[in-house]
Design a protein around this ligand. Sequence first.
Ligand SMILES: *Cc1c(COP(=O)(O)O)cnc(C)c1O
Length: 219
Amino acid sequence: MNISEQIKYYKSQLPEDVVLVAVSKTKPEEDLLEAYNAGQRVFGENKIQEMTEKWENLPKDIEWHMIGHVQSNKVKYMAEYVNLVHGIDRLKLIKELNKQAQKHDRTINCLLQIKIAEEDTKFGMDINDAEAILNKDFKKTYPNVNVVGFMGMATFTNDEEQVQREFKTLKSHFDRLSKDHNSLKILSMGMSGDYKLAITEGSTMVRIGSAIFGERNYN
Ligand SMILES: *Cc1c(COP(=O)(O)O)cnc(C)c1O
């Protein structure tokens, strides 16, 4: 299937309340345009510089999601336009997002990245640290940042039971904390290899790259 057929396939397959983030990192703008012309509007990138170039060149009604690890000193390049930052793994980043969002007189939505992988050492914060951040007098201290949910990445393994266990853990944290924090609406979990399982376990946003655009070439 080509890119536009893949987009149509996923749009027909995913439940209506699950958002598809088309992960286009490393892919040329023609590929994003093909997805765009098939109706896709939400794209995920993991390098701020690459995302900003694409934002400059592509249609302005695209929603840009930063899904990768964020360096504080690069936040300023995306503060004007980014729609959702998935990878918030430390308080320092929230401070910087708030500062840069203020300069553009806007509010930036973000997700706290929670460490759920049992084996991998992926980025992410401990759920207790996330809870502490949410319990701070958040709105007053960081009025230009909105924490709208959680993001998590399961271990890269063929052990489906383990992946399921990790998704369940994140969902249970999400359910528990969203009772007290009603801004928490989005649960971003699931990629090309595990999105079905993630949806079964309560994901509301899946990040699918290689299954849509083909394998990535990092050269
Ligand atoms: C690259 C990436 C994805 C997409 O991965 P695929 O396996 O190609 O679907 C999803 N989430 C994050 C955080 C990524 O970095």
